[in-house]
Design a protein around this ligand. Structure first.
Ligand code: ARG
Length: 262
């Protein structure tokens, strides 16, 4: 039975916990370059590494466009890059609570996310594509939206958010990994998958009998997200990205993973 004292105690504890979380929202360690990071000398990046060609495993290593761009940024800041793989929908929370310095995960800048985190300047563009079985009667986005089709998405992604807005919870099936949504599609559990175009191409290449619709669902910009309390780090990363854009490093990294078509 809950007594009044235990209720008061738990309220006090909850308050203390909330304060504790807010308290560690400030990045802890200072570095020689004057920047504050979660751990001294390190740039801790959160990603969800099942998203080729932006991040994926090659043996034990996480490689891809995001991993290489973050590495180039860390080099410029004189920090060691540490990549942590986590669920996509815990990246922003972890950045807010001071667990990670940056989230770098093919993450789209959205108004809603900007309420919780800062974003750097964009370093890439993305498109939300629709994947269907080759013989599907879904021929374009309008058909998909109008019918009573079930759509698979990765939890917490823009594909999830936009689809839920457009067709409602009941028609959206959420999966922790993009590839799990693809498995649901090949086994006929869902009628289509909405996901970013480059991972979509990789998934279609790796699975027989799937295709990407010609019409895109949404266009987006990818950037790194940071804790709102660390503007110095935001400015330093933006400056590094400026330099890496100007000297062609970013273009070269993207071209390495996404060969020009034609
Ligand atoms: N661009 C989409 C978003 O920001 C999907 C990103 C998913 N990234 C990942 N590494 N799984 O919501």
């Amino acid at each position: 039975m809950k007594t009044l004292t235990s209720k008061i105690l738990s309220a006090v504890l909850t308050g203390a916990l909330a304060l504790g979380i807010a308290g560690c929202a400030q990045p802890a360690a200072s570095n020689d370059n004057g920047l504050k990071t979660v751990e001294a000398g390190k740039l801790t990046m959160a990603t969800n590494a099942f998203f080729p060609p932006y991040e994926y495993y090659e043996g034990e290593d996480i490689v891809g466009i995001d991993a290489e761009i973050a590495q180039a940024v860390a080099d410029k800041l004189g920090l060691e890059l540490v990549i942590e793989d986590t669920e996509f929908d815990s990246i922003i929370v972890g950045v807010q609570s001071g667990k990670y310095d940056i989230g770098c995960a093919g993450m789209t800048i959205t108004e809603e996310r900007l309420q919780s985190v800062n974003f750097t300047q964009p370093y890439a563009t993305g498109i939300q594509s629709v994947i269907v079985p080759e013989d599907s009667e879904i021929t374009d986005v309008d058909t998909l939206l109008a019918g009573d089709y079930i759509v698979g998405v990765q939890t917490g992604t823009t594909g999830d958010i936009y689809m839920t807005d457009d067709i409602g919870e009941a028609r959206v099936d959420r999966y922790q990994k993009g590839n799990d949504a693809i498995v649901a599609l090949t086994s006929g559990k869902v009628d289509a998958v909405v996901i970013d175009n480059e991972p979509a191409k990789a998934f279609v290449a790796a699975n027989e009998g799937l295709k990407i619709l010609d019409t895109a669902y949404a266009e987006e910009e990818y950037a790194m997200c940071l804790n709102k309390d660390n503007e110095e780090l935001l400015n330093a990363i933006n400056q590094a990205l400026d330099e890496l854009k100007k000297d062609g490093t970013i273009d070269a990294i993207v071209a390495k993973y996404i060969p020009a078509e034609g």
